[in-house]
Design a protein around this ligand. Structure first.
Ligand code: GLC
Length: 648
């Protein structure tokens, strides 16, 4: 039993009790329930630091007192539901407030748009203060809680969150837990020589330690920010900067940093945030002689954050932004005694990368192999499934799987980069390379969903048929994640097939970061014309909103239902079942440009065919198989309804 289940039990008895208004006894119970684990983790990370542990206990009490009453009751409601984020009803969208509609009030204005599309979960990109020039899209934070005036006022944000609560919209914000900007108050104090603050970061007087680290530390941004340390003349020291040189890595081996960050995290949650996206969390602990990613101490630290947050705000979930090797990602749900006690949610980055691999190869062999190798996630945990986000597509497949298919991993990755980044004249994709590292030959891919799938090229050459084919591909890709277990997250703009945005090349603060190609200003002109059904943009929107509605009405598609992957014998098809008895759904997607077939007797035995007939939930049409084969059109997507009766 994980801690969530225990807190559910505690809340259950409390909700029945008449003294419901006074929540302090509940805090005591929650603390008692988590204290043993908190203590164990704390002293494993900070041996002998009884002084800081005492500080932690008083901070927890103080933070609970600061949790607004409305949110404390929401926490109870969420506990009553348990793993609330597993519900099929959540469908998310990720967006930049400024690029979407100017600012926070502009975003509020668009609530009807979210409702029209069926979105009720928003990941809004960083909104807090950041340096004016380069700031990595706000991931260089100068404050964890103060809204940057470019987005609006504190009052605007407060109004937005209460409107979201009224409307049942869930809010996810980033907690940039690994680093701050070089303008953050702690960095400024360290620069000014204020005692103690240099130790909030990893700082060194000469190259001895940095050079030892560099022997095994990879580079995250090799093109724009080579090396992992930056010389700060005012301090006369080297500072660890794993990402950009203006993002200083926090030194969690100092317990003061953990305590201060815990306060920042809860302050952010107390603003009405439902899910905290733990940014770059794989990097939280650094150790010479390692790559300083996914270290056991990083996991302990994240669990420590989780267990403390659970005492104060058990209705708030943590999402792991761990874009790491497939077998490493699942470890962020917690292992051993900490299973289910680390992050509740994680990005399904392997799934995303494999879907793009399937588009390029037209085959689902690597996708099936990779998904089968991912161990089941702990109960009470969930994926976020996505096609595109604001970052690049990393080719984080397991080399072993590529080799088992008879391919060379290096050559295969090069093929994918060439396919997506305009290095093959027959490829319809219009992507760009992100951070090519000539030393290792590694690179990542960026571009919008529609451009990567060929829409930009089709429109440019006036090929209407090709454009229709891209529509099918977009619908197929989103149809897969909308039928998968986990929260589907649509990248704003994809719902109307927006293309790459090249304007970043004219901005000196962005020109070196090709990820901006896929951070477009929302196309409200196409949205205004959604009633014009002749337009491709309107049709993409209609297809996606239709799929969203179907998903939200089918509990089998939520996170609680089981998923069974099927080897169909046809390597162009991706076939999986979302099992829920007679409400089960069979999903079939064809990654090939030709029609493909599936043996109908199998689908019949599984209960999806009756008298040779099947019904696709997506168009509601009943069709009959011919010569015992179920035919799926090019880039076709079926969500077959279970016929009832037969075993599921
Ligand atoms: C995460 C963000 C990315 C950012 C990095 C550093 O990976 O998604 O956009 O550049 O963290 O904060």
């Amino acid at each position: 039993m994980n801690q969530l289940a225990i807190h559910q039990l505690l809340a259950g008895t409390y909700l029945e009790s008449p003294a419901k208004k006074d929540l302090k006894p509940l805090f005591d119970k929650r603390l008692a329930a988590n204290l043993g684990l908190i203590q164990e983790l704390f002293f494993a990370l900070y041996p002998g630091r009884e002084d800081s542990f005492g500080d932690l206990l008083s901070i927890l009490g103080a933070l609970f007192r600061k949790r607004p009453e409305e949110l404390r009751f929401q926490d109870l409601e969420r506990l009553r539901e348990g793993a609330w984020y597993q519900s099929e009803k959540w469908v998310g969208m990720q967006l930049y407030a400024d690029r979407f509609n100017g600012d926070i009030p502009g975003l509020e204005e668009k609530i009807p748009y979210f409702e029209k599309l069926g979105i009720n979960f928003l990941h809004i990109m960083p909104l807090t203060r950041r340096p004016a020039g380069e700031n990595d899209g706000g991931y260089a934070v100068s404050s964890y809680t103060e809204i940057d005036p470019v987005f609006g006022t504190e009052a605007d944000f407060k109004r937005l969150t209460s409107r979201f609560r009224e409307k049942g919209i869930c809010l996810m914000l980033d907690f940039v837990v690994n680093h701050t900007s070089d303008e953050f108050p702690w960095a400024q104090k360290a620069r000014a020589g204020e005692p103690g603050y240099a130790d909030y970061y990893y700082t060194y007087p000469d190259r001895t330690i940095p050079d030892l680290f560099e022997e095994s530390l990879p580079e995250v941004f090799p093109e724009t920010s080579p090396g992992n340390f930056t010389w700060i003349p005012e301090m006369d020291r080297w500072v660890m900067t794993v990402f950009n040189d203006y993002q200083w890595d926090l030194n969690y081996s100092n317990p003061k940093v953990f305590l201060a960050m815990l306060e920042n995290m809860v302050a952010l949650a107390n603003k009405g945030v439902d899910v905290l996206r733990f940014d770059a969390l794989a990097f939280l602990w650094k150790k010479i002689g390692t790559d300083s990613q996914n270290l056991p101490e990083a996991h302990m630290l994240i669990s420590l954050f989780r267990l403390c947050l659970q005492v104060i705000a058990p209705g708030v979930a943590i999402l792991a932004e761990a874009i790491v090797a497939p077998h490493e990602i699942v470890r962020y749900f917690g292992e051993g005694r900490f299973k289910g006690n680390e992050c509740e949610i994680a990005y399904n980055a392997t799934f995303m990368a494999c879907l793009w691999n399937s588009v390029a190869t037209k085959k689902t062999n690597l996708l099936n192999k990779s998904l089968r190798s991912i161990p089941p996630i702990p109960p009470g945990c969930s994926w976020v499934n996505y096609i595109r986000c604001h970052d690049d597509i990393g080719l984080g497949f397991d080399d072993r799987h590529i080799e088992e298919l008879g391919w060379d991993p290096g050559a295969h990755r090069r093929f994918l980069i060439d396919y997506y980044c305009q290095r093959l004249d027959w490829s319809p994709a219009r992507g760009a390379v992100f951070m090519f590292n000539p030393l290792t030959g590694d690179g990542r891919i960026t571009g919008s969903t529609a451009s990567l799938l060929g829409l930009e090229a089709a429109l440019e050459s006036g090929d209407a048929e090709a454009a229709e084919g891209v529509l099918d591909k977009i619908v197929m890709m989103y149809g897969i994640i909308l039928a998968s277990a986990g929260i589907p997250l649509i990248y704003a703009g994809d719902e109307i097939g927006m293309l790459n945005d090249y304007s970043y090349l004219r901005d000196k603060n962005k020109e070196n970061d090709s990820r901006w190609i896929n951070r477009p200003f929302h196309d409200w002109e196409s949205v205004a014309a959604l009633d014009d059904k002749g337009k491709l943009t309107s049709r993409i929107f209609d297809h996606i909103s239709h799929l969203i509605r179907l998903r939200r009405a089918n509990p089998a598609l939520g996170g609680r239902g089981a998923t069974v992957l099927h080897q169909s014998g046809n390597e162009h098809l991706f076939v999986f079942e979302r099992r829920a008895g007679i409400r089960s759904i069979l999903v079939i997607a064809n990654f090939d440009e030709n029609p493909q077939v599936l043996n109908a007797s199998w689908a019949s035995g599984a209960g999806y065919l009756e008298g040779g007939k099947y019904r696709n939930l997506i168009d509601g049409k009943e069709s009959a198989v011919q010569s015992g084969l179920l035919e799926i059109p090019p880039y076709g997507l079926f969500w077959l309804e279970h016929k009832g009766g037969a075993p599921a």
